[in-house]
Design a protein around this ligand. Structure first.
Ligand SMILES: O=C(O)C(=O)[C@H](O)CO
Ligand SMILES: [Mg+2]
Length: 276
C-alpha cells in the first residue's frame, strides 16, 4: 500500500486549518499536503506539523490572488515580477516548514498563445534554478478544465515536454490520478510510462472527487500498481470527503494486499499474436 498524505485543504474541514495537522495524525496519516500555507506564519505551520509528528509532503507556491481568480502566475507574461516574488516566498516557507516539494501552478492562459508559452517556459526555468539552489523539488501538474476552466497546463504529454526542455532531475511531474482520468484516461499505462518523471501523486475518485473507491476507477488496483512500479513518495489524498473525514477512511484498508495487474501478469493491453 502506498504511503498516504492527507490533503488538509480538502480533508479535515471539520477543524480550523491549523488544527487539521493533529487530526490527520490522529487518523493515522504519516504526512500532509495542502494548497497554501501563506495565511499563517511559516513558523506557526512548522510548529503544528512538528507537534503532530507529521512529515510535509508538498504545498504550492503562492498562486497570485486566488479570490480574484488567479490560479498561478507562470504563464502570465505581465505578472512575471510578481511570479518571481511568489517563487521566493514559496521557497522561504519550504525552508521553514521543511517540504521536499513545491508545486508551481501555471495560471489561466491560452495554451496556444505564444507569449503565454514563452512566459511559462521562462517561469519554469526561473523556478527550477531557484528551487535547485534551495535544494527543494519542483513539480508541475496538468489540471482538467472542468474543475479549472482556462487552465494553461491541461495535457500530460505537454507537461512532459516542458520537463524535457528543463531536464533537471529535481523538476518533475505531479501526477494527479483524478485529472489524468478526466483529461486522457488510461491511468495505469500512463503511470507506467511516466513513472521515471513523477515527483508526486495525488488520488481522488472520478468524477465526484470524493473518497477513492467511490467512483469509476478501481483505485485499490491503481494503488497496487503504484507500489509495483516502485514509487516511494507520498500519494496525496486530494479529495472531498462525502461525510465526516474519519468516517470515510475505510478505503485505505481496502487498498491493502491487492495484487497489481503487472504482478498477476495481466493488463499490458497487448493484442500481439500469440498472447491468446
Ligand atoms: O487542483 C489540484 O489538483 C491541485 O493539486 C492543485 O494544487 C491546485 O488546485
Ligand atoms: Mg492535484
Amino acid at each position: 500500500m502506498p504511503r498516504f498524505a492527507a490533503n488538509l485543504t480538502m480533508m479535515f474541514n471539520e477543524y480550523a486549518f491549523l488544527d487539521r495537522f493533529q487530526a490527520a495524525a490522529d487518523a493515522g496519516f504519516e504526512a500532509v499536503e495542502y494548497l497554501f500555507p501563506y495565511d499563517h506564519p511559516a513558523e506557526v505551520v512548522a510548529a503544528r506539523l512538528q507537534a503532530a509528528g507529521l512529515k510535509q509532503a508538498l504545498f504550492n507556491m503562492p498562486p497570485g490572488d486566488w479570490s480574484k481568480g488567479d490560479r498561478g502566475l507562470a504563464a502570465l507574461p505581465h505578472r512575471s515580477k510578481e511570479f518571481r516574488t511568489a517563487v521566493d516566498l514559496g521557497i522561504r516557507y519550504a525552508g521553514v516548514i521543511g517540504t521536499p516539494l513545491l508545486h508551481m501552478m501555471a495560471g489561466i492562459a491560452d495554451a496556444s498563445d505564444a507569449s503565454a508559452v514563452r512566459s511559462y517556459r521562462d517561469a519554469l526555468r526561473f523556478a527550477a534554478d531557484r528551487t535547485g539552489e534551495a535544494g527543494v523539488g519542483l513539480v508541475i501538474e496538468p489540471i482538467n478544465r472542468r474543475d479549472m476552466p482556462g487552465y494553461f497546463l491541461n495535457d500530460f504529454d505537454r507537461a512532459l515536454a516542458f520537463l524535457a526542455e528543463i531536464d533537471q532531475p529535481h523538476v518533475r511531474l505531479q501526477f494527479d490520478i483524478y485529472h489524468r482520468q478526466i483529461l486522457h484516461g488510461d491511468v495505469i499505462m500512463a503511470l507506467r510510462s511516466m513513472m521515471a518523471h513523477i515527483g508526486h501523486i495525488q488520488i481522488a475518485a472520478v468524477p465526484g472527487r470524493n473518497e477513492p473507491g467511490t467512483g469509476e476507477l478501481d483505485d485499490a488496483q491503481i494503488c497496487a500498481e503504484i507500489d509495483a512500479l516502485g514509487y516511494t513518495g507520498f500519494v496525496g489524498c486530494e479529495y472531498r470527503p462525502q461525510g465526516g473525514t474519519v468516517d470515510g477512511l475505510g478505503w485505505r484498508a481496502a487498498c491493502q494486499g491487492v495484487p497489481s495487474l503487472s504482478a498477476s501478469g495481466t493488463g499490458t493491453g497487448s493484442d500481439k499474436a500469440g498472447t491468446r
